[in-house]
Design a protein around this ligand. Structure first.
Ligand code: IPE
Length: 267
């Protein structure tokens, strides 16, 4: 079980960008409000934090158009990869600057420059740099990324997979995934108005769920991709929560320790 005071927080791309409309546009209102909530919770509760942000419309559109998630296929993809990296940098800088403007000591860590993957899974990530930053009191900020891949040439890595690796290796005390819906539903809430929010998801009830596909363009699995990674964490004894951070104060309450705000993923 986790012993330390580390919280790992994912900021979904659907919340910080205009992912639904596939427009390369930052949702500034959400980003500013979220930054404020994080800063307030940290100064109230005093925990270590790693932030992993999704990329929303800054990554999924181009990744889908050039089929980047299935690895290297043709030379036209190379230019798209270069363009994607520029877009990710642009988004990441805006996220860092906005959170920093609230007085938080955030530091970017681009895992694609330091880690690689094998068949879409991170292989042996070196976490020394992140550990050093944490020890110095920084909040490292990572994001969904495109990695060089030993088998496929390159692969798309979701922020959810990064969260899984970091939480596992660093034994996070809490793992919070912020999205733009209230949690995991027992049916697709976009289609079925009677869909009910699940308070707890575990390996026993997961098979009864018909989790809907993301309405926005998404190459990394949307909600079902998240639940898959979080169930792996649950098996290791690390509980996590999926909450709606597009609504005011949910994130702050969650970071301050409240637990009934969305769906808990546990063993
Ligand atoms: C996807 O990251 C990364 C790329 C498409 C390069 P995520 O899967 O974590 O992004 P969101 O949260 O779904 O937008």
């Amino acid at each position: 079980m986790p012993k330390n005071n580390l919280v790992i927080l994912k900021l979904g791309g659907s919340v910080i960008t205009d992912k639904k409309n596939n427009r390369k546009k930052i949702n500034k209102n959400n980003l500013e409000r979220i930054s404020k909530e994080i800063t307030e919770a940290m100064s109230k509760k005093g925990f270590s934090l790693i932030i992993v942000h999704g990329v929303g419309s800054y990554g999924h559109v181009i990744a889908k158009k050039f089929n980047l998630s299935n690895g290297y296929k043709n030379k036209h993809q190379i230019q798209a990869v270069a363009e994607l990296y520029c877009d990710l940098k642009e988004l990441n800088l805006e996220v860092i600057k906005t959170i920093k403007s609230r007085g938080m000591d955030v530091i970017p860590f681009q895992q694609s420059s330091a880690w690689k993957s094998h068949n879409k899974e991170i292989s042996n990530p070196n976490l020394d740099v992140i550990k050093n930053y944490l020890a110095l009191g920084f909040t490292p900020v990572l994001h969904g990324d495109l990695m060089t891949d030993d088998k496929l040439g390159f692969s798309v890595l979701s922020g959810d997979k990064i969260v899984y690796y970091l939480a596992r290796k660093l034994k996070a005390r809490r793992v919070i995934l912020g999205t733009d819906i209230d949690g995991v539903f027992d049916a697709d809430p976009n289609i079925n108005k009677k869909a009910k929010l699940m308070k707890i998801v575990n390996s026993k009830n997961i098979n009864n769920l018909l989790i809907g596909k993301s309405i926005a363009m998404d190459v990394t699995g949307g909600m079902s991709g998240k639940v898959k990674e979080l169930l792996k964490l649950a098996e290791l004894g690390i509980e996590s929560e999926i909450i709606n951070i597009s609504k005011s104060n949910i994130l702050k309450k969650s970071l301050c320790g409240q637990k009934d705000l969305g769906t808990i993923i546990k063993k």
